[in-house]
Design a protein around this ligand. Structure first.
Ligand code: GDP
Ligand code: MN
Length: 397
């Protein structure tokens, strides 16, 4: 689950990580009130208005702007709120901005040497350990740094039982070129950041930039946080942080129906039971020259109701030109599923305009095939996996 910058910063703050402070606002009027309150809290006279959307590169897209007084807070907020923000990380249409963060300006006027770093914590899947990834090249997007100057990116692996050790935090601060007080502050920052990542069951914390002011304060200016959804049950207070306006509406609906659905770019809709079989099905579609439109695991109970819901969700994607149903009847009997497919098809009437290829294997597979073949409907049956994928390609060509 992805979070907004302001939510990520709240979590950081709760673990003692110093942040650029801010207050979120939904309207230009709220933005002005927020700015006044922020001045009371921090003494700041200048503000940064920051679009809150689940995408990075907002600065480049015009979603982060400096305001030098309350009037500017109002006009800038007015122009950013409601805009479709296009950044290097959004689609061409961009993302609707529903909220702005009014943040204190932390780049002091006259600060001749503000330094920006990149620091993230994430899982290294190759070693199965968390790591701190960091670079002196803050403020730029890290993909570019990785491509052009990979030697400027460092990593520090953390032992899961020991957590981040003092020498590791000092090493990171040292490698970032810091000395004296700044080194001490950075050591504290990195330690608190790692603790925040660990204790909140996050899968990523990316702070870009981390700022060092000329008076040696180290603080998080940005925060990109992804929480592990499977661990949300032990963080009840984080559940409310979900902003479904930022998520794919079909995926949101599928989740509400208890289906495991991931939207993809291709044109072959897939309805499968079991995540492993679903992955295998996608591979086979690819090998046959096709492109899956989604990942969909309907789970153990593929009854008529569930099959119908799955069809409706798959068909919301207008790119879908054929649907492949690939179900293994282990616990569920194939003829039951076949009846489910036929019933769903009947119920949906004209809603299904694309060919459906059905492969059912397992208990009562022969009865199931007979049921499909005798249904008088435009459902194509297949017995073998390869045959099913080939039939999909036939109807598409
Ligand atoms: P991103 O573009 O989505 O990564 O958003 P960031 O939060 O990283 O902000 C983008 C850029 O805005 C930063 O790299 C900074 O250069 C600039 N910025 C952020 N906060 C401040 C601030 O307090 N004062 C000034 N002058 N610039 C800021
Ligand atoms: Mn950033």
């Amino acid at each position: 689950m992805n979070l907004h910058e302001y939510q990520g910063k709240e979590i950081l703050n709760s673990f003692g990580v110093r942040i650029q402070r801010g207050i979120v606002a939904q309207t230009p009027e709220e933005a002005v009130t927020a700015a006044k309150e922020l001045t009371e809290q921090t003494g700041t006279g200048w503000y940064v208005v920051k679009a809150q959307v689940h995408a990075g590169g907002r600065g480049k897209g015009g979603g982060v702007k400096l305001a030098k007084n309350l009037e500017e807070v109002k006009t800038i907020s007015d122009s950013i709120l409601g805009m479709m923000l296009v950044t290097p990380q959004t689609s061409a249409e961009g993302k609707l901005v529903n909220q702005v963060l009014i943040a204190e300006d932390v780049y002091y006027p006259g600060d001749s040497e503000p330094e920006e770093f990149y620091i993230s914590v994430l899982l290294n899947r190759a070693t199965g350990r968390n790591m701190v990834m960091y670079s002196t090249e803050g403020g730029m997007d890290i993909e570019t740094v990785a491509e052009e100057t990979p030697h400027l990116i460092f990593t520090e692996e953390i032992d899961p039982t020991l957590g981040i050790l003092p020498f590791q935090a000092r090493k990171i601060a040292f490698n970032l070129g810091l000395k004296g007080n700044a080194l001490k502050e950075m050591t504290k920052f990195v330690t608190a950041l790692y603790t925040a990542y660990d204790k909140s069951d996050a899968s990523m914390f990316e702070i870009n930039p981390v700022l060092k002011t000329s008076d040696d304060k180290i603080l998080a200016v940005d925060a990109k946080v992804t929480l592990d959804e499977n661990a949300l049950y032990r963080h009840k207070d984080y559940v409310a942080l979900r902003d479904i306006r930022e998520e794919n509406p079909i995926e949101v609906e599928a989740k509400a129906a208890g289906l495991n659905y991931v939207d993809l770019d291709g044109n072959v809709g897939c309805m499968v039971n079991g995540a492993g079989l679903a992955m295998g099905t996608m591979d086979l579609i690819k090998q046959a020259g096709g492109d899956p439109a989604n990942f969909l695991d309907v789970g153990g109970t593929a009854d008529a109701k569930r099959v119908e819901t799955a069809f409706r969700i798959i068909l919301k994607d207008s790119n879908v030109k054929a649907i492949l149903v690939n179900i293994f009847g282990g616990i569920v009997r194939c003829d039951r599923v076949a009846q489910g497919v036929v019933d769903a098809y009947t119920n949906m009437g004209d809603a299904i305009k694309v060919p459906i290829i059905v492969r059912l294997q397992g208990t009562n597979a022969a009865e199931a095939k007979e049921l499909i073949d005798n249904s008088g409907m435009k459902i194509i049956s297949a017995t073998e996996f390869q045959e099913a994928a080939d039939k999909v390609q036939e109807v598409l060509s």
